[in-house]
Design a protein around this ligand. Structure first.
Ligand SMILES: [Zn+2]
Ligand SMILES: [Zn+2]
Length: 352
C-alpha cells in the first residue's frame, strides 16, 4: 500500500485475476450445470420398444434429446485390431506420443512431458442393437467422433525407449531436453460393447438414427450406463462449484482488504487534519494571550510557546519549529506539530 492509501499493483493484479477466474469458473460451472440438467430431462427410450412408431408420432419425426442404451454392432464391415487377433471394432484410434524429460530452469527439476506426434482415427458405420438377440430393431449412430466422453478401450500399448549413448547424454544435458521414448497405443470401440448414446433421435428413410443434437446440447457416446454418465457429469460439477467458490472468496477478500486500507487511510488523514486545525487554533489563542500581532513575531520563534527561539530539529522530517522545552513537553508518542511525522530523534541547535 502506498502512502496515498491507493492499492498496489500487486493487489490490483490479484483482484483482477481472481475476479476474471471467478467469472470464468462460474461460466464453466453454469455450462456443466445446464448439461447435467438437460441430461436429466432427456427422454429415455429403449430399442426393444417400437421406436419407429414412437418417432412417427413425434413432431418432425424427431426426439430432440434422447437416451438410448444398446450393444455395438457393425453395419457391414468391421475394423480389425492391428495388434490383437480376433479383436474387431467400429472405431479405432492409433496414437503415437513422444515422451521426454524437460529441464525446468526455475525449479531445477526434470519434468516429464508428452506430445502427440501422430494420431489417426478410423470409423465404420455402426448401430446400437438390443441386448436381446431376438429384437432386430437398431439405432444407427451418426458422426460418433463428435461425441464427448467417447471413452475407447485400450487394446494395445507399447513403449519404445530412445537409444542412449554418452555423447547424446551430454547433448541432452546441454539442451535441457532428454527424450524417453515413443508411446504407441491403439484404442477401439469394440463390436459387442455396451454403449449409452445421448443425442437427437430421428426417423429418416425408415431408419432410426442417433445424431449430434441441436441447440447447444451435448452429444454423448459412452461405455458407461446412463446413471454412471450422470454421476460422472455431476461429479465434475461439484469440482467447478468448489473452484468458483474458492476464487470468489479470494476476490472478495482482496476487495475488502483494499477498501479497508483505503478507509483506514481516510480516517488517519482526517484525524491529522483535525489535529493540525486544533494546533492552529491553540496558536491563535496563545497569540491573543501574549497580545502580540502574528506579523510582529520573530521568524525563528517557537511555534508552540511563541516566546522562546526555535532550538531543535526533528528527525526524520527535518522540521525546525520548536524549542527544547516545548519538545520535551510533547505527549508520547511524539509527533512533529507541523507534519505529524513520528519524531525518531531530536537534535539540539546551538546558535553562536
Ligand atoms: Zn517553545
Ligand atoms: Zn515535521
Amino acid at each position: 500500500m502506498d502512502p496515498g492509501g491507493k492499492p498496489s499493483t500487486a493487489q490490483m493484479l490479484v483482484l483482477a485475476s481472481s475476479s476474471a477466474l471467478t467469472a470464468l469458473f462460474y461460466s464453466i460451472y453454469r455450462k456443466r450445470a445446464t448439461t447435467v440438467a438437460r441430461l436429466k430431462e432427456a427422454k429415455k427410450v429403449s430399442i426393444d420398444q417400437d421406436l419407429k412408431a414412437l418417432l412417427c408420432e413425434a413432431p418432425g419425426r424427431c426426439v430432440p434429446y434422447a437416451v438410448v442404451e444398446g450393444v455395438v454392432r457393425s453395419v457391414k464391415e468391421t475394423l480389425n485390431s492391428q495388434f490383437v487377433e480376433n479383436c474387431r471394432g467400429v472405431v479405432e484410434r492409433l496414437t503415437l506420443k513422444e515422451e521426454k524429460m524437460v529441464w525446468n530452469r526455475t525449479t531445477h527439476i526434470w519434468n516429464s512431458t508428452e506430445k502427440i506426434i501422430h494420431q489417426r482415427t478410423n470409423t465404420v458405420p455402426f448401430v446400437l442393437a438390443s441386448h436381446d438377440d431376438d429384437v432386430t430393431a437398431s439405432v444407427r449412430v451418426l458422426r460418433p467422433l463428435e461425441a464427448s466422453e467417447l471413452d475407447l478401450e485400450t487394446t494395445y500399448e507399447n513403449f519404445h525407449p530412445s537409444a542412449q549413448s554418452l555423447s547424446s547424454a551430454i547433448g541432452h544435458f546441454l539442451s535441457g531436453e532428454r527424450p524417453k521414448g515413443i508411446h504407441e497405443t491403439e484404442e477401439m470401440l469394440r463390436v459387442g460393447d455396451s454403449v449409452t448414446g445421448v443425442g437427437e433421435l430421428v426417423l429418416d428413410n425408415n431408419l432410426v438414427k442417433l445424431q449430434p443434437p441441436k441447440q447447444g446440447l451435448c452429444y454423448f457416446l459412452t461405455r458407461l450406463d446412463y446413471d454412471g454418465l450422470l454421476r460422472k457429469q455431476s461429479g465434475s460439477l461439484r469440482l467447478w462449484q468448489v473452484l468458483t467458490a474458492l476464487v470468489g472468496v479470494a476476490a472478495c477478500s482482496t476487495l475488502l482488504y483494499i477498501l479497508w486500507r483505503r478507509y483506514r487511510h481516510h480516517r488517519r488523514s482526517r484525524k491529522e487534519r483535525l489535529l493540525l486545525e486544533a494546533f492552529a487554533r491553540q496558536q491563535r489563542r496563545r497569540l491573543r494571550e501574549l497580545d502580540v500581532d502574528e506579523s510582529r513575531l520573530a521568524p525563528n520563534i517557537c511555534s508552540i510557546c511563541l516566546s522562546r527561539p526555535r532550538s531543535c530539529v526533528f528527525l526524520e522530517c527535518g522540521h525546525v519549529c520548536a524549542c527544547v522545552q516545548c519538545c520535551d513537553a510533547l505527549p508520547a508518542p511524539k509527533l512533529c506539530p507541523i507534519c505529524r511525522a513520528p519524531i525518531d530523534r531530536v537534535v539540539t541547535l546551538y546558535n553562536s
